[in-house]
Design a protein around this ligand. Sequence first.
Ligand SMILES: [Zn+2]
Length: 87
Amino acid sequence: MGWHSVEYTEYIKSPEWKEKSRRCRQLTQNRCCLFPWRRSRYCHHMNYSHLKNEIPIRDTVGLSITAHQIVHLEFLWKSPLRKAVNV
Ligand SMILES: [Zn+2]
């Protein structure tokens, strides 16, 4: 992703990110984008190309705990198909 994981981890823990996450999830009224009947708990990065300058929906989406676990499943997350979105 071009970022050292320590820097990424620090960013994800920051108040700046927490506020961005909250606003992104609010855009879909705190509904999961994959399973809209569920509440979104995570703000998921669709790509890492605009870290710290994310635009919601283009770069991040709100996901429920279950949807977030599914998206990050090894065989999906490591799929060659995902490279297409991670520009
Ligand atoms: Zn995620």
